[in-house]
Design a protein. Sequence first.
Length: 174
Amino acid sequence: MVKTFIGNLLSGSLYSVETEAFYVALGVKEDKTREVLGIFNRPTESATGWEEMFSELKSRGLERIGLLVADGLSGLTSALSRVYPTTPLQRCVTHLKRNMLNRVRHGDKQELSQDLAFFFRVGQPDYTREHAWSRWEGLCRKWASDYRSIRNMLDQIDLRIISHTWISIPGYNP
């Protein structure tokens, strides 16, 4: 269905192109299968839009969200806490990496990228949370002297959550 839509020929001209926000809610079940929970269109991305989406999901029967993985958008945390107050929020690993790489000088990007790859060892059963936390602390300490923003990240990451996303359900963010 998606391929058919994408493959549709478009008319030669448009009167205008509008920008709107589309929220895509993708669920990952216990058996690691994925399900599109909804696609929501709002005029802009906002806390109100997030809250409306969460409220609609709840009204359709979604009682609990075990973990929300998102890119740290404005208003998301407050909207989530109003509708699903016990749901932990984890910044998407891809966005976490991008955010860290955007905070370092160009000359440091390759080395930090290698350090991040060493930390995010997806799919290795012997790589425990304890190993991961030790490596995360080491990574932050290594880069903290030159980059205060990375030093501050040490306390912003809950490894119980982050390790769940990259050990248990890898490969869901292209």
